[in-house]
Design a protein around this ligand. Structure first.
Ligand SMILES: [Fe+2]
Length: 267
């Protein structure tokens, strides 16, 4: 962050956009219109966020048409946006759709490291093709170790699968299932600088994990009912959509604001 300036980052997740037919039975049939409402909300905010980060499940099925739709909507944002894949995305079609505006690292995984808005944004691909759960293999951990080397400014590590427990057995079962201990060790080497931004759980949650602030953003596509400490399959609920606004100030203080958008219910 430049001296004397603050940083405002919007964190969204799990848009589950689809062009023709949804892959997920739960997603809103009019999700494209709902995401347009969110884009309009972000556009009207003052001050405008410097950057929008989307932590995976950008699309519901990962087809070329799904990404063309996602791109056509997200390009209406007046600020840059960055995204990582979730378990509903597909690496090949996602890379093809966004590689001209996002400098993905070479190789099979959709990782990236960019300097933006006075901070560092690291995108970390936690997906396993064909699986709901996520993992970090040795190759991704080694890439992350290099990406985190010498970080001395606010750093957001964006990854779809949360590495921390939500306290709910069903959610935790399909979160990050491998590489969490190694990730924690890397984060502990950059104390106070790293913030984790996740998705996948379809419910806004935040916590502290190994000294780092960590957040899960809600989903505008479908959201699970609050079930603190539960173990049963969570049921869906109609709730006001919430995304996070991270406000980092030059004196190193920060606050995280829930921004609620009253999305119209499908008719
Ligand atoms: Fe999702």
């Amino acid at each position: 962050m430049n001296p004397g300036t603050s940083m405002l980052i919007a964190h969204l997740s799990d848009l589950h956009l689809f062009a023709h037919r949804p892959e997920t039975a739960h997603t809103r049939p009019d999700i494209a219109l709902r995401v347009c409402q969110i884009v309009a909300d972000l556009t009207e905010l003052r001050p405008l966020p410097d950057l929008v980060l989307i932590s995976g499940d950008v699309t519901d099925g990962g087809s070329e048409d799904d990404y063309a739709l996602a791109r056509s909507i997200l390009e209406k944002l007046p600020m840059p946006f960055l995204l990582v894949p979730g378990n509903h995305d597909r690496r090949d079609t996602m890379r093809a759709a966004f590689s001209d505006r996002l400098d993905f690292a070479p190789g099979e995984h959709l990782n990236f490291r960019v300097s933006a808005a006075g901070g560092i944004i690291i995108g970390l691909d936690t997906t396993i093709p064909g699986k709901v759960e996520g993992a970090l293999c040795q190759a991704r951990l080694e890439w992350l170790a290099k990406a985190l080397t010498g970080v001395d400014s606010p750093t957001f590590v964006m990854m779809h699968h949360p590495p921390f427990s939500t306290g709910h057995k069903q959610w935790d079962r399909t979160n990050l299932t491998a590489g969490g201990a190694e990730l924690a060790a890397l984060i502990e080497q950059a104390p106070g600088q790293v913030r984790l931004l996740c998705g996948h759980v379809h419910q806004p949650i935040h916590t502290i994990w190994h000294g780092a602030y960590a957040a899960i953003a809600g989903s505008p596509a479908f959201e699970y009912a609050l079930d603190i400490g539960g173990s049963a399959e969570p049921h869906l609920v109609a709730s006001t959509y919430t995304y996070w606004l991270h406000h980092l100030r030059p004196d190193t203080t920060f606050s995280v604001h829930p921004r609620q958008v009253n999305l119209e219910r499908p008719g």
